[in-house]
Structure formats: C-alpha cells, structure tokens
Write a protein that binds this ligand. Structure first.
Ligand SMILES: Cc1ncc(COP(=O)(O)O)c(C=O)c1O
Length: 476
C-alpha cells in the first residue's frame, strides 16, 4: 500500500489539507459574505458518478478544495451574524486536526485512556464554568439537539421509575402517561427530542409566552396544577429570536413542589452563567434537573460538540448506559460512551479541552460578554436611524430588527417586504451575513453575535452595510 500513513503520498495529502486550511483561515475575515455558488454547481464540481478506481489522497484533497471554492459561508469570520452559528478558536481547530490523526475513540477506558480522561475532565470544567451542581453528570454529545434528547430520556427514566415502571425494559406501552409542559416558543429540536423519546411532539401542554418570548409563570403554575401523574417541564435559556431566558427562579420551585422534572434547553443562552453581568437574566437555572447546551456556539469550538447534563447521574446512566461482556470496564475509570447515545464516536472532548484551555475562564467570560456587547452596539447603531426598530430587549447576543417605510409605519405588509429586502441586499453586498426570519407573523432581520472573531470595526461595517441596504430598498 503506497499510501499507508507515514508514506510520502499520505504526507502529501496532509500537507495539502494543512496549506488549504491555513490559506482559508488567513482570508476568512475579509472573505465575501456572498455565497454565489449553488448546490448543483458544487455537485457538478464533486463529480456525480461513483468512482470505479481510486486516486491519490492528495488529488482528492485538491478536488475537495476546488469544489469548496466560493461555496463556504465564512462562519469562521467576523461578520457572519446568521443562525447562532459560532466561530472557532485556533486551538480547537488545531486539536481537531490531531484528533483525526489520532483516530481516537473514547470509550472502553482500558483501550483509550487519553480520550476517556479528556472527556471526564472537560465535563468537570463545564460544570465549573457554568456553575452547575458539581455532582451532575455530563455526556459530550453532538450538540444541543442530542443534549435535549439526553435530558428528556433521563427525565423519562426517572419519572417512570418513581411510578414503579422500568421504561428501559418495558418501553412506553402501558406506562403511566407523562404530561409534558413546554414553552410555545421552544426550539424545534426539543419537539424532536420528545419524538425520539416516544413522548410525542404534539402531545404537550404549550405555555404562552410574554412579549420577549419567556414562558409565563402563571401559565406554568396552572398547567402544573392541572396535570395528573408524572410531569416534565421543558424550558429554555436563550430564545432563538430574542435570546430571552425563561423565568427559572420562579418556575423551578413550582416544579420541585410538584415533583416535576425541569429540563433546560440552553443551547447558547446557558453561557450567560459565565458572566456576573449577564447571570441575572438566567437566575435559578441551576435548580433544574437537566440541561442541554452547545460548545460549538458560544464556546467557539469546531462543530459536533455539545453537552447533556443531568443532576442525578443514576437517571442519566439509567437512560444511556449499556453493558456488554466484550466492553471491558476499568474500575473507577470514566467510560464516556456510558453517558451518550452512541457507542463509537470521535473524541469530541479534545477540541473542547483545547479551546477552554486556550481561553481560560477569563477568556470564556470575555468572549461571551464581548459578543453580547456587540449585539447591543448593533442595536444602538441601527436604531439611531429613523425607521429601524429593535423588537427585543437585548439581554444576550440576539437582536431582531424591523424596518419600516417612512410615512407608512403602521403598514405591516410594507414593513415585512422592506425588512426582507434589507436583509437580502445587505447579504448580497458581501459585507455581512444577516438573515430575515419571521417572528410572531412579522418579518424580522435576525442578528446573532456568536464569534470571538467579531470586532467593533466588524459591527460598524455591518451596521453601515445594513443601513446602506435600507437606503437602497427605500429608493428602489
Ligand atoms: C435554542 C436552541 N436549542 C437547540 C438547538 C439545537 O442545537 P444543535 O443544532 O447544536 O443540535 C439550537 C440550535 O440552533 C438552538 O438555538
């Protein structure tokens, strides 16, 4: 085999990838935010037929680099503000390279002590960073989607166990029904997790939200009062539109009193915990029973990195653990695969470890505070212009804007149309990536700051591009 690892051919492929990565990252902050290459064009570049014969690894990497040319959104750059997509820290990116080279699969601690140790340590660091109960257990998962599933599966296990029902053994047929109380503005991945857990995405009590998208406590109290049998309450830290945090300090005691399980989808908002200045908005979140959050958003690690955290490790393991005689355990050693849905997985903790170590606690805090300050600055710059409104209290990293036509401020349809146009024009300018969306049946421009690469100059440049787009849309 002429391309075994260590061969000239193998090293040529690594060198090609390394050079391409360096060139990409060197240019990413100035790259255009206009992605003009379409998916069919990329397909054509990739070649449509399954190759009969292989080619050199270096040639394949070259082909990938050419296929990606102009077709990547610069999410690692400083002026990408769509979809709560985080950037990356160089330490995490570099560790990710190593991770693939090491082909590390943390699990079976006798075989993979390195990956297992990193996994355990990162879990401890995350509990400390987020100041969650230190006795909680952590599964390092692909992201908040799986974190939500993990938390809900643990809830299902514990709630039914209290009813004398072993859901892992017996499934849900004939089980005592669980009432699920959930925000009407919950993220769709929570509904998906409920589907996976057999609890049904629609078989829920949806709780009305306030003007900022927070669950109304009085409605939660009423739903808890009306529920019979076991209850799961799903809340969120960080509304996908407004960034608003549910009123945990009020809801958590109600759940405790009722014996309900409180789960928090904190994909990005849970990171408010790292800052004394932001922590007020998220007061009481530590009282929950389970939490889901991402590393690849506010923590700026490479993708496929998040956490499912459960206060009661027995409930966590009850839902996730498997044992098989061929999977040798080492007494007292951490086996990460016991805490997550998958058995084999890449060593997700390694790039997270590198990112946290490179930033330190202070760096993490500063990064998140800076993202939030940038969101407030954008609000100030845009709303200084008549006709631009920010619809939310910018409590975290999210701002939603709406534009109106002068003299027709109450014409909602005209506002919808011009807001969509502004977002499209701003993005097509290549200056920044902003996205229109719909909130409460009205078109808005969403603005999320999730990247440590963003500077004040980036925000000023983005604001200028958006305001220019507004002028153009008005003149059109
Ligand atoms: C509030 C919220 N919950 C859950 C998710 C799902 O997270 P992930 O895509 O990392 O699985 C997201 C992702 O955007 C989110 O914003």
């Amino acid at each position: 085999m002429s391309d075994r690892h260590g061969s000239k051919a193998a090293e040529a492929a690594l060198a090609r990838a390394y050079e391409a990565a360096r060139a990409y990252l060197r240019g990413v902050h100035e790259a255009s935010n206009r992605v003009a290459v379409t998916q069919p064009e990329v397909r054509a570049r990739l070649g449509t037929a399954l190759p009969e014969k292989g080619e050199s690894a270096e040639a394949v990497i070259g082909a990938l680099v050419r296929a990606a040319e102009g077709a990547l959104a610069p999410t690692a750059g400083g002026r990408f503000f769509a979809y709560v997509i985080g950037g990356t820290h160089p330490a995490g990116v570099a560790a990710e390279f190593l991770n693939a080279a090491w082909d590390d699969k943390p699990g079976t601690p006798l075989v993979t002590p390195f990956g297992c140790a990193v996994d355990g340590l990162v879990g401890e660091w995350v509990l400390e960073l987020l100041d969650l109960p230190r006795e909680a257990s952590v599964g390092i998962v692909t992201g908040a989607s799986m974190g939500n599933f993990l938390g809900i599966a643990a809830a299902r296990h514990a709630l039914l166990q209290r009813e004398g029902w072993d859901v892992e053994a017996q499934g849900l047929f004939g089980a005592p029904p669980i009432t699920v109380i959930i925000s009407e503005e919950a993220h769709p991945t929570v509904h998906k997790a409920l589907r996976f857990a057999g609890l049904g995405a629609k078989r829920v009590v949806a709780i009305e939200t306030d003007a900022q998208g927070r669950m109304r406590t009085d409605r939660v109290a009423a739903a808890l009062g009306a529920a019979t049998g076991p209850v799961l309450v799903c809340t969120q830290a960080g509304n996908i539109m407004t960034g608003a945090m549910d009123p945990f300090a009020e809801v958590a005691p109600l759940c405790r009193e009722r014996g309900a399980w409180l789960h928090v989808d904190g994909a990005f908002g849970l990171w408010a915990r790292v800052s004394p200045g932001l922590n007020g908005a998220i007061r009481g979140v530590e009282l929950a029973d389970s939490w889901a959050t991402d590393a690849h958003k506010m923590l700026n690690t490479p993708y496929d990195a998040g956490f499912g955290i459960v206060r009661d490790p027995a409930a966590h393991l009850g839902a996730m653990d498997i044992s098989a005689s061929y999977l040798a355990q080492a007494a007292g050693a951490r086996d990460p695969s016991r805490y997550v849905p998958e058995l084999s997985r890449r060593a997700r903790a390694t790039p997270i470890y590198a990112t946290i170590r490179a930033l330190g606690r202070e760096g993490v805090r500063e990064m998140i505070e800076t993202c939030c300050a940038h969101a407030r600055r954008m609000r100030d710059l845009l709303t200084a212009r008549t006709g631009v409104a920010c619809l939310n209290e910018v409590v975290f990293n999210q701002a939603i804007f709406r534009f109106s036509v002068p003299g027709r401020a109450s014409d909602e349809a005209a506002g919808d149309a011009i807001t969509a146009q502004v977002a499209t024009r701003a993005r097509e300018s290549g200056e920044c990536w902003v996205q229109s969306s719909v909130w409460r049946e009205r078109t808005v421009m969403r603005f999320s700051v999730v990247d440590r690469a963003t500077t004040v100059a980036d925000i000023e440049r983005a604001a200028a591009a958006v305001l220019e787009a507004y002028e153009q849309a008005l003149a059109a």
